[in-house]
Every structure is written in structure tokens, then in C-alpha cells.
Design a protein around this ligand. Sequence first.
Ligand code: HC3
Length: 376
Amino acid sequence: CSRDAVKFGRMSKKQRDSLYAEVQKHQQNQEQGGGSKDEAETLSRVYTTSVSSGLSDLDDISMLSDGFLFDFPLTPEGSGSYYNLDLLTSAQPSPDQSSIDVSDPGLFPHGSIEGGHLASDVSRIEIERLAQNVVKSHLETSQYTSEELKRLAWILYSQEDIRNMQSKSCEAMWHECTVQISNAIQYVVEFAKRVDGFMDLCQNDQIILLKAGCLEVLLIRMIRAFNPLNNTVLFAGKYAGVQMFKSLGCDDLINAIFELGRNLCRLQLSDEEIALFTAAVLLSPDRPWLSESKKVQKLQDKIYLALQHEIQKKSGNEDRLSKIISKLPLMKTICNLHLDKLEFFRLVHPEVATNFPPLYKEVFNSELHYSDGRDS
Ligand code: HC3
């Protein structure tokens, strides 16, 4: 399938043309001096919190749960400055540092990172520093610490809770889910902002990557909050099984999400692997409309290298990276199913959908459907 394979199944020609025009306008703006006021007022509005390091930032995130993701630039300084220089900590390798052998076939079991995209001077130290940065960013923005999750693991909803939840209207349950997802998205945004290289991308690309990768990242993050032993997931403070989500009227979607949860849990990913895998998914160069996909590709290549390095360090299991990557098509299918459900819900209950949390709307109000590799 082509790397840019995208379906615009639900877009009229008029909508598509206007989107093309919009993107072209943004690209022109960028070429003429790295971003204009106009740019800052449209796609480039990104919800922000303090990005100085430290767990205290997370208090800000939870307090701002009703904010817009795309209402402010990604940088705390405002639209005048698009990049947070504090975050630009990627290592500058010295010439004598040993290089990772990018031609080693064991390093690239998956086709998407083959093909010599990597600069030949990627040094081991650079990859190790990137891995450290990504893992730290993940741990700092995980929403729940491992200790919290351990404590909560067996706190289940009672039969009465489940009955109450099942008797909720479809609209109320959708609303509740979008609030929960919205909260979780804020942590993903903060994660992205802390990953070295992300803030160096132009602001349009940052937003495109966040919008396109958010649910996939959440689905991977879900494994930390998923208990495969009783098939439950953390939802609003307690663990819930599929029956909890009955009133949504999306059994196929919920079953697919839980199946993915079980599936991913079988891999027993470490926090390091989760961190690097989510960063790689976020930095996917094949997202439509990216203006600097080469730059994104280079970043993703380095992150996959770091992931492969991590795997070799810990388990040495040769096909582990391919096994991890092989979950992507199912995740894309789930993302598309989610968009289908949302589109249908919006048609039937437009007034409820208008009142979804702004952050949820910003991320998911899009007509783009991504190829899962089977339909192109
Ligand atoms: C249960 C949940 C999916 C998992 C979400 C997780 C556990 C993901 C990891 C984050 O760090 C924390 C988190 C927060 C919210 C959790 C979601 C809330 C609702 C969603 C269900 C599967 C229902 C989805 C329904 C839909 C897609 C129609 O809105």
C-alpha cells in the first residue's frame, strides 16, 4: 500500500478542495517566515500547560481538563514563539562515539524502517539519550503511576454500579466516555511536547501528528491500565468490563478495544517499550498533510532504533519488534471504527456531540480515515 494511503470516504469534493486550499495556505505561510498570525489562529492553536520538567506539571494538566487542546500554541510563551527551546536537549554526538550499525539486519526486522533513512552517523550515545528522554517523558506524563495502578488493580465496579451505568442513556454514557478520554489526551499532548524533536517540527505538523496519533497512543497506554486476568480496564477510577459500556451501543468497538488490550498485554511490554512505541507511533511520517515528513521519518527511525536497542538489551528476542509493530493495523482499524461511531453519534445526537469536551472534539472532529494497510 502507498505510504500516504488515506481514504476521504466521507468528504465531499467541496470539503476536500477547501481542505487542500487550507493546507496550501498554511504551507505558504510557513514558507514565508515560519508561521504567521493567521496560522497561529487556525490549526496551530494548541492547548498548553507548563512544560518545565517535574511531576508538579501534572497537577496543572488535571486542573485544566476542560481546556482546548488546540486553543493555544504548544509553547507556554504564546503564539509569538513556536518552539520551546528548553526541550531541545537532543545529544550532539562527538565524532569518536561508536555508531550503531544501521545495516545490521537484526536492527530492522520491519520494512518501514529499512531503506537507509537513517543518517549513517547516528551514534549509540545519541540513541541512548533519546531513549532516556522518551522514557522520562512517558513516566512523567503517565496519568497513573505503576504504584497507583497496582493499588487500583482489583478495585472493580459493583454489580449495582454496573446496572446503574447500563441504565444510563446512550448520550450520557458517550458524554462520560468523552470526558475520560479527553482527560487522558492531555497527558498524551504533554508527552509529545517532551519528546525530543517534536517541538522542533513546525506547528502544523505537531498538530497533525497529535490529532492522527492520539487514539493509537491511548490504546497502547491502555495496557498499563488493563487487567487481562479479569478482562477489565480502568474507567473513571475503577476497573470495568465490557458490559459496563453496553449503553454506548458500540459493542463491536468495545470488544475490539478489549481484544487489543488482551492482545497487547500478552506482549508484556515494559514501560521503556511502551514509551518508545508510543513515541514512534506519534511520530509517524505517513500522516496525511505533513509538510516535513522527512524530518518526522528521521525522528521515528531513531526512536525505532532506540526501541530495538532496548529489546536487545533486555530480552534479545529477535522478532519482538515485528511482533510489537504487527499490532498497528488492528489499532488503525479501531481508530477508524471509533471515527465511524462518532460520526454516526453526531448525526443522531448533534446537540449532545456539540457539548462533548472541546479537547475531544478538536482531536476527533476530522473526516480523515487512515489506511490500515488492507484497503489500499
Ligand atoms: C476505557 C477507555 C479506554 C482506555 C482509556 C485509558 C485507560 C487509556 C490509558 C490512559 O492513560 C487512561 C485512560 C483513560 C480513559 C480510558 C477510556 C475511557 C473510555 C474508553 C472505553 C473503551 C470506551 C470508549 C468509547 C468511545 C470510543 C465510544 O468513546
